[in-house]
Design a protein around this ligand. Sequence first.
Ligand code: ADP
Length: 486
Amino acid sequence: MLEQLKDSGLLKTQAFINGEWVNADNGDQFSVFNPGNGEKLVDVVCVGVNETRRAIVSAEQAMQQWKEKPAAQRSAVLEKWHALMIEHQADLATIMSFEQGKPMFESVGEVNYGASYLKWFAEEGKRVYGDVIPSAQNNRRGIVIKQAVGVVGAITPWNFPNAMIARKVAPAIAAGCAIVLKPAAETPLSALAMAELAQRAGLPKGLFSVLPSTKAAEVGGEITANTIVKKLTFTGSTPVGKLLMKQCAETVKRTSMELGGNAPLIIFDDANLDSAVEGALLSKFRNSGQTCICANRIMVQAGIYDAFMEKFSAAVKAFRLGEGFDQDTTHGPVISQKALNNIDRKVARAIEQGATVVAGGKVASRIGNFYQPTILANLNSDMDIFSEEIFGPVAAVFKFDTQEQAIAMANDTPFGLAAYFYSQNISRVWQVSEALEYGMVGVNETAISAETIPFGGVKESGQGREGSKYGLDDYLETKYICMGGL
Ligand code: ADP
């Protein structure tokens, strides 16, 4: 990998604590692998509780000055960091494709998407407004100001090794907070490269520390127990999110949670077929199905079902599996052998329960963690696949008859992150948009995310929003000041 980087200084394997690259106290390391061929890439420092504690203490110190600076000065550092990410996008994408496996065009897209949060919050951080509240008494006024929430702990997943970090770090830094991050052990290199660029951008030491570790429970335990940390922001699975919320309850920390999804993608008879097929392909198979907003249940109305299946399956059968940097690759591997086994188990269970395999259906016969792009049909809501997040390149297609039935099916889940539907009927567009119990609804569009919009879920998909003007609120406290005796 090193020889493919223009700037080899971006490949970091130590932890980044208080502005320094350091080893673990006990010398521990862990290996990072290429999911496309199973080969080891590098060994990375594996920190524990003590290093985590030091990072938190240095974050508190660093924040004292940072939060007092005018927002424009914080903004300038974020702008510089953004510019460096764009300048080094090819290297950042290469590192990502090596450790995560996604095709280069997706990695480049993610680096740009991640960088966009730095720019957005550089700008938005200058617009943290308060309020003056009309008072019931003549001799007093109510004032509301917004202040940095305090030291933030962040725990992120492997599916978007850059963007899931940028969306948390950018608003935290813009708001005047310091942030201590534990990236996923599968993909620490993207996080460490971001820290290197933060340092080059002039971000003062201690404001952003990165703690690579396989000891997730220990590091997470310290972040959630430490009284210095005032907020936890997490993206990952619902079970781990619930556990962390419980841990945070002990010190009443604020939490932002981006958890699992079970996104419905509903295609009504009155949809534009070609755009529905295109949207379904993109939403289901991006990152080989490993995103929390991937269409997990594709629901197609009876009248358009056959036409949809014909075009959809033809396109899926044309996918080309391969390693991320192979130019011909349209779809990469899944993250690990364990993930591969999980997907295979879910497909086998669906078949056992009566599903028909329209495409794929098996582990691919090649080296690396590859699963055949798969389409399952003949499904119903009693099957396990209806309620499980698949997190792999497997499209589960359901048939329905009426709008009421589609809405009931779509909402029949404890999750509520993203939902999508295709229809050209304006009345239906409003009715269905309002009836879906989801934090985000894509109408005739599945590429819904951007730095400008509030990303987040309801129900067991989480709480809080990332991106947009709303995304900054998660890193700000509201303080009321009563001015009396006027
Ligand atoms: P996934 O199944 O996508 O890996 P996880 O929720 O297990 O989702 O992982 C998301 C992040 O949470 C990763 O950084 C992982 O290391 C971390 N994590 C997993 N278990 C714990 C835990 N008990 N405490 C803190 N962090 C954890």
